[in-house]
Design a protein around this ligand. Structure first.
Ligand code: KIV
Length: 261
């Protein structure tokens, strides 16, 4: 049974599992594995579409992938990312969220930023759109943060991230992603909020955890961030299988009699 937003609002202290998925087969696998929530993250721009960052991802691309993921996981709570600049104004945010929920089948949207997006989050939640916040390393604006690196090491940075998370809660977000922040900062934020926190590269003290599907199964290049645990080297296995397929075709081994009519 698909979980409700109310359950996520009351998820404080529960160790919920989020996982990204971007299409029918990966969402099917995530649902069959029993994850609590699927995130159709705009990380799809990098791991599926080959962009250098999440910035080029369009709303049409998010919709296309959200619809596919929903078809693969009809019974799992599904959050879709609002792409870069699609929530620069409340009108734009409402219209993007409307499409992701109505056409895409998402249950909630996620957007990046702290105090600076609190009024947008308030407008969305007042209109009835469930919102997941995202502070710490925010990939859509990573270049302004000095790249893909740990955030909140300096006390003033840590304070900004904490205030951002609190502003999101106050504005009505049902949860907040904490990305690449020190474990003790994540612990403090988790302790100060009554909504659940979802960590990625934020240590063990958040309420929930999220990882990118392609990182978990080894499908995105050689680089593995320190916070990722790789449970499978699927990329290597697939590569070996494809080499074997090509070899067998070239050597006349495939198709054999058992594959022929
Ligand atoms: O886009 C994404 O996949 C995300 C997660 C890394 C939290 O935002």
């Amino acid at each position: 049974m698909r979980r409700t937003v109310k359950e996520f609002r009351e998820a404080k202290g529960k160790r919920l599992v989020y996982l990204t998925a971007y299409d029918y087969p990966t969402a099917r696998l995530a649902e069959a594995a029993g994850v609590d929530a699927i995130l159709v993250g705009d990380s799809l721009g990098m791991v599926v579409l080959g962009y250098p960052s999440t910035v080029p991802v369009s709303l049409e691309e998010m919709l296309h992938h959200t619809k596919a993921a929903r078809r693969g996981a009809p019974d799992t709570f599904l959050v879709a990312d609002l792409p870069y600049l699609s929530y620069a104004t409340l009108d734009r945010a409402l219209s993007a969220a409307e499409r992701l929920l109505k056409e895409g089948g998402a249950d909630a949207v996620k957007l990046e930023g702290g105090e600076e997006v609190a009024e947008i989050v308030r407008g969305l939640t007042r209109a009835g759109v469930p919102v997941l916040g995202h502070v710490g390393l925010t990939p859509q604006t990573a270049s302004q943060l000095g790249g893909y690196k740990l955030q909140g090491k300096r006390p003033e940075e840590a304070e900004r991230i904490l205030k951002g998370a609190m502003a999101l809660e106050e504005a009505g977000a049902y949860g907040v992603v904490l990305e690449m922040v020190p474990a003790l900062l994540a612990k403090e934020i988790t302790g100060r909020l009554s909504i659940h926190t979802v960590g990625i590269g934020a240590g063990p003290y958040t309420d929930a955890q999220v990882l990118v599907f392609h990182d978990v199964v080894g499908l995105y290049g050689e680089f593995k961030p320190r916070f990722v645990k790789r449970y499978l080297e699927a990329g290597k296995l697939i590569q070996e299988a494809l080499v074997q397929y090509a070899k067998e075709v070239r050597e006349g081994v495939f198709p054999g009699p058992e594959h022929s009519f």
